[in-house]
Design a binder for this molecule. Structure first.
Ligand code: GAL
Length: 379
């Protein structure tokens, strides 16, 4: 009898150990290595989330070692989870093309900030991402679109476009809608616009060819309408564009906000009927102070609410840059950011923090380790 108990105990221990392969995560530890179900640090940077039934799916940029990892060598990685702590590797949802150097998403292109949404009407999963053709730096400023019947993919690449060619934003008055470009070939990547650039110059410059779209996110509203939110006009201005019903294109309705504020890394969420944005400044991979904003309508007016971060390293967003805000229940939101390591891209870390509200403003505070019960205990 005794021997039987010993055997049962032994077997139990072995089963437990096998189950723990790769570690059973029970909390979020912002900035630390985050092992997936195989014990490998999750590789889904600049990511976004989609919940299907009870399962969350995390899509992000698969990075490789070294500086080379800052361009797309593999594709968009997908993981799944039932508890948000433990993530199963679901493989590469959208692969870069390896046998055609002319292809839009050929290996070595820049493919950033992928986001996936589900379209009820077509029963398809739709992925959007920021795409820069190989060898052209960041001048392309294109939006890539891919589609799949299954959430984990494989996704079929459809096209890359510049938003809203030939359309005026709804918040540019008709009397200002002249098509004469007056900004020449000027290109800026950060800071502020030179004085000689008129406030609509870049918009007009790109009127015919389509607006620029770099850092981006997608947002699906309660009524099923979807929006693409992206840094445009040489990153100087954020644009919000409505998508067509099938989510595969722009409807032509769009607006521009925060002109000249150089906002990147937009993450949108909705709380109590109001729309919120968390964003960053424009300093490349280097962290800066986050921004936040609120609006009663997605079409504005948007009101800036300042840096949501509090405490030590608030001015650097705790060494992170926003990528997504995930709603996990009523009034329960998680800020998701990237701590980039451009010299060894694969080592980028994830900064997930509970997003609080104080006086109607989003607030982020650093926590070394936390779990979802944090939302039950807050005052
Ligand atoms: C960041 C941006 C990243 C990437 C990087 C390149 O500001 O958020 O997605 O584009 O610049 O320098």
């Amino acid at each position: 009898m005794k021997i039987l108990w010993v055997l049962i105990l032994l077997l139990g221990t072995i089963v437990c150990m096998a189950g723990e392969k790769g570690g059973r995560n029970r909390s979020f530890k912002p900035g630390e290595l985050w092992p997936d179900n195989q014990g490998i640090h999750i590789n889904a940077h600049g990511g976004g989330m989609l919940k299907v039934g009870k399962i969350w799916y995390w899509f992000g940029e698969h990075k490789v070692e070294g500086r080379n990892g800052n361009s797309a060598q593999v594709g968009v990685h997908c993981y799944s989870s039932r508890d948000l702590y433990n993530w199963k590797d679901e493989g590469i949802a959208l692969k870069v093309v390896t046998d055609n150097p002319e292809h839009d998403i050929t290996r070595g292109c820049i493919l950033e900030r992928p986001k996936v949404i589900y379209n009820r009407k077509t029963d398809k999963y739709v992925m959007w991402f920021h795409l820069e053709p190989k060898g052209k730096g960041y001048s392309g400023a294109l939006s890539g679109i891919a589609v799949s019947d299954r959430v984990t993919g494989p996704y079929t690449y459809l096209k890359a476009v510049r938003p809203n060619a030939g359309f005026w934003p709804i918040n540019v008055p008709e009397q200002r809608q002249d098509k004469n470009a007056n900004s020449g070939e000027q290109v800026f990547n950060g800071g502020s616009l030179p004085e000689n650039v008129g406030d609509l110059s870049l918009l007009k410059r790109d009127f015919t060819g389509g607006q620029m779209a770099r850092d981006m996110t997608l947002f699906v509203d309660d009524d099923g309408k979807a929006y693409h939110i992206y840094a445009s006009e040489e990153n100087s201005t954020l644009q919000i564009s409505e998508l067509t019903e099938d989510y595969l294109d722009y409807s032509g309705k769009y607006a521009r906000f925060f002109a000249g504020r150089f906002m990147e890394a937009p993450a949108m969420f909705k709380k109590d009927g109001k729309y919120y944005l968390i964003m960053s400044g424009c300093t490349g991979w280097a962290p800066n102070a986050a921004r936040s904003a609120v609006a009663d309508s997605i079409w504005g007016p948007w009101k800036e609410l300042g840096n949501p971060c509090r405490g030590k390293d608030a001015e650097k967003t705790f060494y992170s840059q926003s990528t997504y805000v995930l709603q996990v229940g009523k009034d329960r939101f998680i800020y998701m950011g990237d701590r980039w390591t451009p010299e060894n891209a694969i080592d980028g870390r994830y900064i997930w923090l509970p997003l609080e509200f104080e006086d109607g403003k989003p607030v982020l505070k650093w926590v070394d380790e936390w779990d979802l019960s944090w939302f039950n205990h807050r005052k």
